[in-house]
Design a binder for this molecule. Structure first.
Ligand code: AOS
Ligand code: ZN
Ligand code: ZN
Length: 388
């Protein structure tokens, strides 16, 4: 039997980190559709994130991206966050938007360009010192487009050298999370294409280096929950970049394309103690809202993660184990499906009411009339950094 008060406590203490770039304009390489009222600077992105927190109560952390969120005084930005009940989360580095990085950043054959990329990563750690962030998120667009373009193994050597230098610079309470991605923007080889490559580098580096699983970065049909179970067992799952994909790195709202997959992933997390803060799994969103209203889209995404988490917590683990041990395939499968098919929305509404929140976060946002306020008050909002 599932202990409902433990389920409620776990749901109340879950922390979902929202991305600063999710609040800004974004698009594809074809078009950025600008929306009225989007933030004009990192301070206003935090103001929007505060609305998500006010509506959901479980999203008080915001990931920043450098240079998109560069400010003169990060301590002041931290104070602004605190004033709104927020903290600054992962610092996302960017070694993909500079002409110098056309043939790679830390894997580039040119030592001067490698140095420039490394300096940026080290600067991100300096910023973490000021923001109090725990995590440095590393995603490298590095790769090649044509066979023979560069030496695959030499690029791994250069990558390892840069990662080691960043690792050395980390403080005692800081971590580096190495993200992998199958392809794009490189189309032939990618230097960190899969969890195995990320894991191998992190293993060599040490305990402060962990893998981050972006749910949109796999080949179709990849069993992501297997990767999650494996990494948790090895204490190497640093966190998630949650989003949904139909085709490639679509960055759609998490849980919109395949809620069953999200449930299966969160089942592995829940049963392997991954929801406990001390396990250190960061539940981050990495999404862009190109055609839908941004703040409600982030709220909906947070709710989708909560719903999948609630279903995962409702899995009757005793019955599941009994089915598994006795080889009763159908019984074990039924235990999972029963939890997945439970409508957890009334439970989540109850939890929100217990926390003094509106049981319906989407209605809470509508009623706040924040959207009308920003549309009237913010003129000339800029894009997040994508699709310039
Ligand atoms: C890129 O595809 C990755 O998902 C990155 O994690 C991320 O979208 C980017 O670095 C924005 O910070
Ligand atoms: Zn990502
Ligand atoms: Zn991505």
């Amino acid at each position: 039997m599932t202990d409902l008060s433990a389920v409620k406590a776990a749901l109340k203490s879950q922390r979902i980190e929202t991305p600063s770039w999710g609040y800004g304009n974004s698009g594809t390489r074809f078009k950025v559709f600008r929306q009225a009222g989007v933030p004009r600077d990192p301070y206003e992105k935090l103001d929007d994130a505060a609305q998500v927190q006010a509506a959901t109560g479980v999203a008080p952390v915001v990931s920043l991206h450098i240079p998109w969120d560069r400010v003169d005084d990060f301590a002041e930005l931290g104070t602004h966050a605190k004033k709104h009940g927020l903290t600054l989360g992962a610092i996302n580095s960017n070694v993909f938007q500079d002409d110098d990085f056309k043939l790679g950043s830390v894997t580039n054959a040119d030592p001067a360009i490698r140095r420039k990329a490394l300096d940026h990563l080290l600067e991100c750690v300096d910023i973490m010192d000021q923001t109090g962030s725990r995590d440095l998120k590393l995603w490298f667009s590095d790769g090649t487009n044509y066979p023979g373009q560069d030496d695959i193994r030499a690029r791994q050597d250069r990558l390892a050298e840069a990662l080691a230098a960043v690792y050395e610079r980390l403080g005692d309470d800081q971590r580096m999370l190495l993200e992998y991605k199958l392809f794009e923007p490189a189309f032939y080889t990618t230097d960190v294409p899969d969890w195995g490559t990320s894991y191998a580098h992190c293993l060599k580096l040490g305990p402060k280096a962990q893998v981050v699983v972006d749910t949109g970065h796999h080949a179709p049909g990849t069993n992501i929950e297997f990767i999650v179970a494996f990494l948790l067992r090895e204490k190497k799952l640093g966190g998630f970049d949650f989003n949904s994909r139909f085709y490639a790195d679509d960055d759609l709202m998490v849980g919109s394309a395949d809620p069953f997959q999200l449930f299966r992933i969160l089942h592995e997390v829940a049963k392997n103690n991954g929801l406990a803060a001390e396990t250190g799994v960061a539940f981050m969103l990495d999404q862009c809202h190109n055609i839908e209203a941004k703040i409600p889209a982030v709220i909906r995404s947070v709710m989708n993660v909560q719903e999948a988490t609630a279903k995962a917590l409702l899995v009757d683990l005793d019955a599941l184990t009994a089915g598994q041990r006795s080889g009763d395939v159908l019984a074990a499968n039924a235990v999972l499906m029963d939890a997945y098919n439970t409508d957890v929305r009334p439970l989540l509404a109850e939890i929100r009411q217990e926390q003094g929140l509106n049981p319906d976060p989407m209605a809470a946002y509508r009623d706040s009339r924040w959207q009308q306020q920003i549309v009237a008050g913010r003129v000339g909002g800029e894009q997040a950094g994508w699709g310039a």
